[in-house]
Design a protein around this ligand. Sequence first.
Ligand SMILES: Nc1ncnc2c1ncn2[C@@H]1O[C@H](COP(=O)(O)OP(=O)(O)OP(=O)(O)O)[C@@H](O)[C@H]1O
Length: 446
Amino acid sequence: MIELHSLEAEHGVIGAMLKQPHLIDVLSDDLSPDAFAYADNADLYRLILALHDDGQPVDVITLGERMAELPSGMRTMAYAGEIHLNTPSAANAKTYAKIIRDRAVARQIVAAAERIHEIAHDQACVEDKIAQVQSTILALGTDGGDAECQTLADMWAEHIEVIQERLDRFSKGNVMDGLGSGIPDLDRYTQGMKPGQMIVVAGRPAMGKTTLAMNIAADVGINQRKPVAVISLEMSKTQLMDRLLAAVGGIPLPSLKTGECANDYSAELTSAGLKLSQSPIVVSDVPVMTIARIRSIVRRQKHRMGGMGLVVIDYLGLVEGEGAGRTEDVTVMSRQIKLLAREMGCPVIILSQLNRSCESRPDKRPVLSDLRESGAIEQDADIVMFVYRDEVYHPNTQDKGIGEILIRKNRDGEIGMVPTAFQGDKSRFVPLAAHSRTSNVVEVNF
Ligand SMILES: Nc1ncnc2c1ncn2[C@@H]1O[C@H](COP(=O)(O)OP(=O)(O)OP(=O)(O)O)[C@@H](O)[C@H]1O
């Protein structure tokens, strides 16, 4: 068993700094004052750093001048003098700094265990408790400076591999470096959905947000064999399964609802059922969720499935906040979704509704300012795409059956519009041949 603090190591580091002040930069590089267990030592260390930052000489006298007394009441000069005297050399100071850091983490673990003990006893539901325990554990050891910054030399060494991968893909005729959506024209804009991206799919009610998101989820799960977690706060598992079967099997929804599909589309039903059941797609339809709970579910599924390719959350307006007011809540949630994408190392598609202002304009195609609830969504998102179907407003439009995907924000690429064929009865958006706006539909292939 190790002690949770080492007075000797703390004295060793401070003594080394007093004996050889040129070591202050080296030793303090990765050592926070909070890592010291003893208040007097932590304050003395802070004083050393403050004097050094001010360009002042650091010795027993200057320390005593800056602060006469330490928290214990001891005279600073006397205490620092004693440490200086008792430090034979600065030779092992780096090892002492590591001991201080390691013991600080050991103390954090004990504090986390106490916190977890409290969480186990409180009144929250079990999912919230698990989410709190996970964040308590994830917060451990995050103070290390090594993880915060990386030299450009190290980044360059890693980046060579990234460029090599891109070149390999390019020479195979594939320039996309993320997940496909199943709609090649859309992928040309995004170059694929990449890890860490927050992708907002927004639109007025019934435009087809859920349809588009589920089409993408099915393509990623079935064609690209990547794990997908669908968090559906709006629709039940039964509704989603109907839509997935309709889209993947090309089976009309009404025939699925009446059960007639069992006779009329039995081959399509069997094939779609098999494709879906063999795909790594998981669905949660718990209607009440916070982002913490979503994170906890996705983490568990990532662990269970050995990775996570894509997360879909349908939709933001139904996610519960902290109760600080909706705009503030959405601002925090939007940030948390972006962090979720980074933590899981996959893109997150978040569905969002729009305010009504687009409906009062002559051209009702949405723009970024129509995003409901908070400007933070627009800022945090890497890609914002709107689903728009002119026939919803103008039943006799010449664009009947056309679903436009309007890419209004694209952090790493162009913005623009992708026309698709909307097949509402089969719950799918189908690619159109070579930018056509006619019904020249490309075969969907799940
Ligand atoms: N059998 C059907 N035939 C034709 N269209 C259908 C059929 N069933 C559903 N639809 C259409 O599909 C669309 C539903 O799309 P979806 O639920 O994806 O929209 P949404 O934007 O997510 O809507 P909301 O915000 O209301 O949830 C509606 O426009 C609906 O009319």
